[in-house]
Design a protein around this ligand. Structure first.
Ligand code: DQA
Length: 148
């Protein structure tokens, strides 16, 4: 059995498809989940996919992933730029976290240039839209493979 990967999506990402399609594309979160499920089959990953608009639920999911998941891919949405609590949650567990964004946050408003998640992430993928999700799965499996 391959690695267990949890993909977490933060606030407002449930609205993908209708939310600012010029920034985030027309792909819905359900489309992205299907893309990730198909990718998981091809690289033998056991995938869990979730979304929450609530900071505390995301923190609880990070805690629960400790010891049950091999890696987390996190698109924290706007909490990326605000949440010391999410950063501390990641810093408090040993499961590696890969930071992911659909848009290139460095090309956008200055307040999006700073990420609390980057301080505790193994690396970051941004700017590739929905295609970033399967790319992140490859990157995480490569990272986990190199660990063993
Ligand atoms: C985002 C970028 C964030 O700045 C924004 O708040 C989001 C989505 C992205 O995937 O590009 O909600 O994380």
């Amino acid at each position: 059995m391959g690695h267990k990967i949890l993909i977490m999506n933060g606030p407002n990402l449930n609205l993908l498809g209708t939310r600012q399609p010029e920034v985030y594309g027309a792909t819905t979160l359900a489309d992205i989940e299907a893309l990730c499920a198909a990718k998981a089959e091809t690289i033998d990953v056991s995938l869990t996919f979730m979304q929450s608009n609530h900071e505390g639920e995301l923190i609880d999911a990070i805690h629960a992933a400790s010891g049950t998941q091999d890696g987390i891919i996190l698109n924290a949405g706007a909490y990326t730029h605000t949440s010391v609590a999410l950063m501390d949650a990641i810093g408090s567990v040993t499961v590696p976290v890969l930071e992911l964004h659909l848009s290139n946050i460095h090309q956008r408003e200055v307040f999006r240039h700073h990420s609390y998640i980057s301080k505790v992430a193994i690396g970051m993928i941004c700017g590739f839209g929905a295609a970033g999700y399967p790319l992140a799965m490859d990157a995480m499996t490569s990272y986990l493979g190199a660990q063993t």
